[in-house]
Design a protein around this ligand. Sequence first.
Ligand SMILES: [Zn+2]
Length: 315
Amino acid sequence: MKNRDVSLTLEGLIAAQLRVAVCHPLQPVLAAKQRSVEAGIGGEERVAEVFRKHPFSADHHIFHDLSPAWREQFQMDSFVLTPWFGTVLEVKNIGGVLEFKDNPPQLIRTREDGHQDGYESPVVQLERNRELINDWLWSRNIDIPIFGAIVLAYPKQIVAIPPKDTKILFPRLIPSFLKSIPQHGNKLDHETFNWISAELLKSHQPFIPKPICESYGIPFGDFRTGGRCEACGGFGMIKLPRTWCCPQCGAVDHLVHQRTIREWFLIFKRQITNRECREFLGVDDIHTATRLLQSMNMDFDGTYKNRTYHLFKRD
Ligand SMILES: [Zn+2]
């Protein structure tokens, strides 16, 4: 029913690293965060792959990376809905030897060199998600049991102490786990099942990360401005009628402004003014900037003169 969304977090991290100096003190922090986001995506992809390859019946509706709108924000890595039950899968990719402690709930990871790290317990996250999706379904008069499991995406994850009451799975064990869940009790009729699945999709709110500047406390002035040339990687594409040209290598690209304005939202702020657009793109003419901004079909606030544009959903 739903694949995972494109990760704006990853896109922002990559764009930010290209725009700050190679020797910037926060480069290693951004790079480390990028690796961890990529590992997370890789783990969720491994789980999605199992669902793609395994022949599930039409009675299984599978949603990856689902955040239904609700009183509290929540996100499920994978959610499986059948007419009899729902199952939340929480995907983890923390490598090493893992100990799930119950009191207090905590996950402890021991690396090969003996170094230990503590994490919030995935059991707590899973239970919270189960409760919230249960309430969300209840609010629409759907009463089916909600199960859950923690999926360890990579085999290098060794469980020394499993959690007491929570199932731990590797991806290939997911199909047999789902088959082992008893199908009795209230069954949703065909129409209700399809309706609630559509409701879930409709209710999904894609995750919009905070701009990089805000998350990492990096001053605006530390970033290169201008459009980036895809051919040579240089900055400062020059506006020509109907296109852009790279002053370093001469490549032309008529869509540079779209990528560059998108990067503005990921790196600097949730909104942009005409002046900010001109400064960032290196365009002098106010009308050219207006045309470029309007070509992206963004929402906007304010009257003509002090209009601000938004690419992503508002706060
Ligand atoms: Zn170039």
